[in-house]
Structure formats: C-alpha cells, structure tokens
Design a protein around this ligand. Structure first.
Ligand code: NDP
Length: 476
C-alpha cells in the first residue's frame, strides 16, 4: 500500500516526528540525504509502526498516495531550498510540501509563492517542543492554503500535543503566518526566560537565598498563576548539583547566554512593523551583554566587582513581591508579542485568530502555561482587544501586582542588581496608561531642526512653527 505521508530529514527532529506519525498508525515514508540515518531509524524503531524507507527522493515520492504530503525537517536556510529544488520536479499539481524547520517567515512567503506558481501547496509549519515534543506531541503552527489544511490538518492535529483533548494545532493563516507565529513564540520564550532569570538573581543576591531554596520557591510558584513549563524546569535546574564539584550546577555554568537567532528575528520584525516589543528586545540584549566577556571584565576592573547595595525596599516579603513583579512583567511581554502578531496579520492580510494562537501554545511548546487559558478567554470575549493589558482579568491582575512590582524595580535599582526586563515592562505599562507623553516635546524638537511638522490637540491639520523667523505658526 502507498504511504500516507513522508518525512525527509531524519536528524533528531525528523526521526522523532516520523516515529510520532508511525505510532499514530500512519504509514510513513522516510528519507534522509545520507542513507545511514534512514537505516538507523528503521532498525531501532521499525517495530513502533509502519515505516517505508526510501534511499532517494524519487523513491520517496513514488511510495506516496496522492495528493502527496512530504514533511521536510532539515537544517533551515540553504539546505531547505536545496531539498525543495530537488523535490519540486518530482511532484504533481496538488501535492503538498511541508517545511517543519525553523524557517524565517519571509523565506516561507517566498517559497510558498514559488510553489503556488507550480500548482503545489507549500506549508510552513512552526513546530515547537524540541525533540521530546516532536516525539510525544509538539505544538504545531501550520501556515499555507486552507485547502492544504483540509488534507493535512487531521494528521497534524492527531500527532500534536493535547490539552483537555484539544489539539495544540490550528491552521494559523496563509503563506508565512505559521512561521511568523512560531517566531513570536520564540521571542516570548526569550522574554519569559529573562524575567525568570531576573527573579532568581534578585532572590539570590538581594534575598541571600541559595539555589536550593530558590528552586523550592519556583516549585511553589508552579502551583499558582505562574504554572508553566519554564517555571517547572527552573526548579529542576536550580535544584541540580554538579556531580563533579558538588556545588549547584548553576554556579559552574558559564554566564554567557547564547542564541540561535529567532529572538533577534522577532525584534527585527517588530522594528519593521513599529511594534514596541521591549520585553523581547531587553531579553535579546541581555543575552548579548552577557556574552561580551571583554567589556564585562574591563568594567569590573574599572568600577570594582559589583557589591549589592543595601536597600530596605525589599526587606519584607521579597519572595511575594518578586512573584508579583514576574507575573505583571510577563503579562506585558505577552501583550507585546500578541500586538506584534496582530500588526503582522494586518500587514500581510493573515486574519489571525489571536485566541487560537494562545490555544496552540497551551501544550507541547516551551512557553506552555496555565496563563494561556486566560489569554484565550480574553480574545474570545473580545477579538478586537486593544491590548491584552486592558482585558478585565489582566487589568485586575496587573493592578493588584503594581505596588509589589514598583518595590521590586526600585529595590533592584537601589541594590544595583540589573533587572532590565522588570524595569522596561513597568516603563511600558506606565507609558501606555499616561495621559500625556513627552512625545509632544519630541515632535516640537523635530519641527525645530527639521521642519517635520506637528499635529495639534485642539484642531485638525499639520503645522509648522517658523522657528528661525518670527516664530509664528503656519499650516504645513
Ligand atoms: P539539523 O538542523 O541539525 O539538520 C540536520 C538534518 O538536515 C540532517 O537530516 C541532514 O542530513 C539534513 N541536511 C543538512 N543539509 C542538507 C542538504 N543540503 N540537503 C539535504 N539534507 C540536508 O536537524 P534537527 O533535527 O535538529 O532540526 C531540523 C529542523 O527542525 C531545523 O530546521 C531546526 O531548526 C528545526 N527545529 C529544531 C528543534 C530542536 O529542538 N532541535 C525544535 C524545533 C524546530 P544528513 O544526515 O545527510 O547530514
């Protein structure tokens, strides 16, 4: 019998996805550039389901039922284009090519347009959850045509993570929408991790707590509003001791954070769209700063190693204050990420259902959290929500956290412990709800040096002041 679906690219992600499909009863054709991986997969896991190994792409294509569905799981970028170029001449109109790699959404838009011209469906599907998720149920964010989703949706929903029996997979929108949403997911993941790291740093350096004690705190937080995969694994990492030295592992891990680039993409795209994703940007820059070893050393030499300054701001109730600051800052980071998806949706005509994006992220992926149910409810109530922050539930949550949040920010500043995520989240909140912003002065300055004109609060039109003349106002 022909295979139902195919996977090409059998490194860790591809082989786990193929096994997930096979375990769900699909006959899966499998292929890899170097045949050794294909052989190894079938030898080690052939008993788990129905695999059809193929040595060449021709064989892979020939083994499939039509319309064909072929998932590409190779290194993102050039390798993905190489595989597509090799595959396309072998396919027939109506066939579907699914890219499950971490592609940039602009590449996905380009590939989708090219394949559409050839009568093929190209589906850029963001897949989150790492190797564990690929095997046991990832969060899947497929873009592409509605028609392709009619064929593919049932299979993808079958192998996706489930929360309350609801699959963490919906058709996101046309062309690059799926990979865009995956990108924002990763950006939010950066912000989430930065806020968690700042919480740890404050508890450790201001509160004088040990990693083991802080692990306990996170374990406790994981049974409340903050319940999430990242908070859960924070307790695991902080509670782990290095078997070699016997000290907490976190103390022997080099403090220079690396990045593969999806956080950077998120910020770059936010700059293009003009959406302030300050939480994600601070997180990306915090990683960059941590990696500048030479500058850090020079600064330590110049200023002396950092002491924590005394601050009585956080003397009482530090743990609870930090919990509230973490929660409120996290609401801001998600609000910004959802703003970015809404802006892209308008820009590219994707018609994204933001509540559904929260549903996809409830399970399988790295930012899975209880919190996402609240986000879905917020958008279910009002799909046109101006900001997640103004939804009744989040407004009340942020307002009740506000006093603690301010204490943490002031306390961190007084103590000299960097908390860029908390500080900028609070500044965003304060800016958003300000009656008047000093942007009026910025406009005045722009008009002074560049005749860039300004609008007035009391009447329509554009105006310019003759700054180097008699300073009268003229219509612009
Ligand atoms: P890698 O990104 O390490 O890629 C290795 C695979 O790509 C191998 O199958 C390799 O074939 C193939 N490959 C590389 N170059 C070419 C080429 N020019 N032509 C054909 N095949 C090529 O694998 P992963 O499994 O880690 O990831 C796969 C995709 O999934 C990537 O896009 C990744 O970003 C994404 N992803 C990864 C996650 C993770 O947690 N690792 C999570 C979510 C997405 P060969 O064996 O012949 O070298």
């Amino acid at each position: 019998a022909p295979a139902r679906i195919a996977v090409t690219g059998l490194a860790v992600m591809g082989s786990n996805l193929a096994r997930n499909l096979a375990r769900h009863g699909y006959r899966v054709a499998v292929h890899n550039r170097s045949n050794a991986r294909t052989k190894a997969l079938v030898e080690e896991h052939g008993h788990e389901g129905d695999f059809v190994p193929a040595e060449t792409l021709e064989e892979l294509v020939a083994s499939l039922q039509t319309p064909r569905q072929i998932i590409i799981m190779v290194k993102a970028g050039g390798p993905t284009d190489a595989v597509i170029d090799e595959l396309v001449p072998l396919l027939e109109p109506g066939d579907m090519v699914i890219d499950g790699g971490n592609a940039h959404y602009a590449d996905t838009r380009r590939r989708e347009a090219n394949l559409r011209d050839a009568g093929l469906h190209f589906v850029g599907a963001g897949i989150s959850g790492g190797e564990e998720g690929a095997l046991n149920g990832p969060s899947i964010m497929p873009g592409g045509s509605a028609e392709s989703y009619r064929h593919l949706g049932p299979v993808l929903e079958d192998i996706a993570a489930k929360v309350d029996d609801v699959p963490c997979c919906v058709h996101v929108g046309p062309d690059g929408a799926g990979h865009f949403v995956k990108m924002v997911h990763n950006g939010i993941e950066y912000a989430d991790m930065q806020l968690i790291a700042e919480s740890y740093d404050l508890l450790r350096r201001v509160g004088g707590m040990t990693p083991t004690e802080i692990a306990e705190v996170f374990r406790g937080w994981n049974s409340g509003d903050l319940e999430s995969y990242l908070v859960e694994i924070t307790a695991e990492v902080l509670g782990h001791f290095d078997p070699e030295t016997g000290v907490p592992l976190v103390d022997v891990i080099a403090d220079e954070a690396e990045q593969k680039g999806t956080g950077r993409w998120t910020v770059q795209e936010a700059l293009e769209l003009g959406v302030p994703v300050t939480g994600i940007a601070e997180a990306v820059f915090a990683r960059s700063l941590s990696g500048r070893a030479g500058q850090r050393e020079a600064a330590r030499d110049a200023f002396g190693a950092t002491d924590v300054f005394a601050s009585d701001r956080l003397a009482g109730g530090l743990v609870e204050d930090v919990r509230q600051a973490l929660y409120a800052s996290k609401v801001v980071a998600y609000a910004q990420g959802f703003d970015q998806m809404r802006a892209a949706s308008a820009e590219y005509g994707w018609d994204l259902d933001l509540g559904a994006m929260a549903t996809i992220w409830r399970g399988g992926c790295i930012i899975r959290a209880r919190f996402l149910d609240r986000i879905r409810e917020a958008y279910d109530k009002n799909p046109e929500l101006a900001s997640l922050l103004v939804d009744d539930y989040f407004r009340d949550a942020v307002k009740s956290a506000e006093a603690a949040w301010r204490r943490v920010v002031v306390g961190a500043v007084e103590a000299g412990v960097p908390a860029p995520g908390f500080v900028s989240a609070l500044a965003y909140y304060d800016a958003l709800r300000s009656e008047r912003l000093p942007a009026s002065l910025v406009q005045g300055l722009r008009d002074f040096f560049g005749a860039h004109t300004y609008r007035r609060t009391d009447r329509e039109g554009s105006f310019h002041t003759l700054w180097s003349g008699d300073r009268s106002q003229v219509d612009a």
